[in-house]
Design a protein around this ligand. Sequence first.
Ligand SMILES: Nc1nc2c(ncn2[C@@H]2O[C@H](COP(=O)(O)OP(=O)(O)OP(=O)(O)O)[C@@H](O)[C@H]2O)c(=O)[nH]1
Ligand SMILES: [Mg+2]
Length: 333
Amino acid sequence: MKPTLLDELRKGDRLALSRLLTQVERDTPSGRAALEELFPATGHAHKIGITGPPGSGKSTLVNALVYALRSLENDPKVAVVAVDPTSPFSGGAILGDRVRMLESQSDPKVFIRSMASRGALGGLAERTAAVTQVFDAAGYDFVIIETVGAGQSEVDIVRLAHTTIVVDIPGTGDDIQSIKAGILEIADILVVNKSDHPGADATLRNLSTMVAMGQRRQYSATKHGPSLSTPKAETEAEPAWYVPVLKTIAAEKTGIERLADAILRHGAYLRESGMWEQKEAAALRETIIKMLASTLLKNWRARIPDEELEAILAKVSARNISPQEAVERLLAL
Ligand SMILES: Nc1nc2c(ncn2[C@@H]2O[C@H](COP(=O)(O)OP(=O)(O)OP(=O)(O)O)[C@@H](O)[C@H]2O)c(=O)[nH]1
Ligand SMILES: [Mg+2]
């Protein structure tokens, strides 16, 4: 009997895996067929997203983290997906450098893949999710997704993770305020990397304060309405996840064990609280809605003759009809 795709992947055939990832990344018909075949085997991997400002040491941290996870007793398989949403043109060379930094590439239980937005059909977040599914089906226990920055595309990418790590570096109080506004909410674990640099303790204190304030506000808003109740009382009422703020020196592999430990604890917390399933369901829901939207648009577009579309667009340009009216007319075609 011909071995199935899943058999090949589970056997650890790296060439087959690599080829498949290319198909999936390019969203080819065979890539799609493979995703369909593999889907029932997904849902096991612990997906870990890492984001933070350029040059904060994410890749160095990932490298150290892979090493720490590989040292765990259960001998897990670890995949890394390095995503660069920022540089559509320079992607290849820069990602090449980033990936070369990883020491673990000769380890048969480690697989590293880089993706650039260049050439990716469909959204980068969707492609990343698909690539992650392949690793999941192939039996990788951890899939680490590294992405740079803190914009919407990074948020989309890390949203598919179970555990999101936000990396920061020691700096002045001012920049802390500006970076943290949106990104703090998505962090399950905060890391102050480059703690060998001056100001690490101040950054740690600032972040810890902001995390504590954010969590109290969130908890009060969802559970009690506005209130000034203490965090302790809240702990008794509802065991929640308290976002740890950890110091690391990735370049020296310092603080990495505590980070790995926090990741494992967060995974356990998600499973025990039922949030693991909730996150999976939310991610699947999002995937379906995005696919539905793009499929509807594609099918609709295929049905509409170019001339009709152009004629209506011309009317909008001439201010004869509004965009809203144009949409109504287009939908009525
Ligand atoms: N002093 C110090 N340098 C570090 C530390 N961690 C990483 N670096 C250095 O910081 C530089 C950037 O590290 P990367 O790991 O490439 O950072 P990155 O966040 O992945 O960078 P991008 O992917 O380009 O955003 C490298 O020269 C690392 O050696 C650290 O803890 N302390
Ligand atoms: Mg990097």
